[in-house]
Write a protein that binds this ligand. Structure first.
Ligand code: GLY
Length: 388
């Protein structure tokens, strides 16, 4: 059953070692859950044969609640906004706990359209985002170039989103691993193929695409191809903002890092292979160079593909597995695994400890895909539980 019992009481009564919480999956979601649970005094194990080898190894690390506020995804946008608001404190706390920089940057994001058609498409989305009250300001071409002189002269217009930040996932994941370990989480370097292999009071399934086989929930791989370039001469890239936009109909983003790296992404393909194709590289490079001509002079240092854990409604699956109140699911983060790590970790840790789901989780419960009630029980009758 879900918690509501102080962890110290639980732990004191358990010999030999039995985890209060077993986390299956050591990507950013699983590691952040493990860190938050361990830091709150729970005994935590983390099970993964290859920590950090899933979608996060490929991800760009945009923290984009505004730029990724899409039509028909209002509840997801609310969760993205809530998680992005936690990022400044989360980043500071993690940097301190791990003793490592994670590349968190707050210059904001420019949204741009190259041609008139591209700008029309960007503007329609911008109007929707403004209608939701999100902080995004339209900019004329001259204003865009004042902010980012390296933008191509033919960029027709765009907008500025000051609260869409970035972090480096290749620094974030090792930092979360260190923070979780320092907080007391024990790592078990083995893959979990069935939930019966794990022995703990609560099991948290944060296995990305692997959650489908473990839980039967509809999580599917969504392929993304992405490139990494490097500014020549070991200097920082010639732009500071994350740049997202449309270039001749191609949707593209560019993420600059202080060490000279630029991440250029990404395709979204309903496929489960991780092959890099010439066509995708060509389209991404053409779109990137059209927006920022100086990229043509950069070194192309990596081409890679990964698999996002997608769901039928593009939103994550968070909460008790139907019929298994001892199993919490935290997966299906699709294009938002990095930005959603703080809110997922905090709310899943709260749920483990109190047994009471935060109202923010309500739209994302697993039984929206099964129609099966999630087990009920005493913890479900607590005042404030909006899930019943
Ligand atoms: N969040 C960016 C992507 O999935 O490509």
């Amino acid at each position: 059953m879900l918690g509501g019992v102080p962890s110290s009481t639980k732990s004191a009564n358990k010999e030999p070692f039995l985890a209060d919480v077993a986390v299956v999956g050591a990507g950013p979601i699983g590691l952040a859950v493990a860190w938050r649970c361990a830091a709150r005094g729970l005994r935590v194990t983390v099970h993964d044969s290859a920590p950090g080898s899933g979608a996060s190894a490929v991800a760009a690390g945009m923290l984009s609640p505004v730029a990724e506020a899409y039509f028909g995804e209002r509840q997801l946008t609310e969760l993205l906004v809530a998680s992005a608001a936690r990022w400044p404190a989360f980043a500071a706390e993690l940097t301190e706990a791990a003793g490592a920089e994670i590349g968190y940057r707050t210059e904001g994001t420019l949204l741009v359209g190259l041609t008139g058609d591209d700008l029309a498409e960007a503007s329609r989305l911008l109007a929707y985002q403004q209608g939701l009250g999100l902080p995004v300001t339209p900019l004329r071409p001259t204003e865009l170039r004042d902010r980012e002189p390296a933008l191509a002269p033919r960029v027709r217009g765009g907008a500025f989103s000051p609260t869409d930040h970035q972090v480096d996932p290749r620094r974030l994941v090792p930092a979360l691993h260190t923070a979780a370990r320092r907080a007391g989480a024990v790592f078990v370097p083995q893959a979990v193929r069935r939930l019966s292999e794990v022995d703990a009071g609560i099991t948290v399934v944060a296995a990305g695409c692997g959650a489908a086989a473990l839980t039967g929930l509809p999580v599917r791989p969504v392929k993304g191809q992405i490139l990494r370039l490097r500014a020549p001469g070991g200097v920082a890239p010639g732009f500071r903002h994350v740049i997202r936009g449309y270039a001749d109909g191609e949707s593209v983003y560019l993420v600059p890092r202080a060490d000279g790296e630029v991440v250029l992404g990404a395709t979204v393909e309903e496929r489960a292979d991780t092959t890099v194709t010439a066509g995708a590289v060509l389209r991404l490079l053409r779109a990137g160079v059209d927006l920022l001509p100086e990229l043509a002079e950069y070194d192309l240092v990596e081409t890679i593909a990964g698999l996002r854990p997608g769901t039928p409604d593009n939103a994550p699956i968070l909460g008790p597995l139907p019929g298994r109140p001892d199993v919490l699911v935290a997966t299906g983060h699709h294009r938002h695994g990095i930005v959603l790590a703080p809110v997922t970790a905090d709310l899943i840790a709260d749920l483990v400890i109190s047994g009471v789901p935060d109202p923010l989780l309500a739209p994302f419960r697993p039984d929206r895909f099964t129609g099966v009630p999630d087990g009920g029980g005493p913890d479900r009758t607590t005042e404030g539980d909006r899930w019943s």
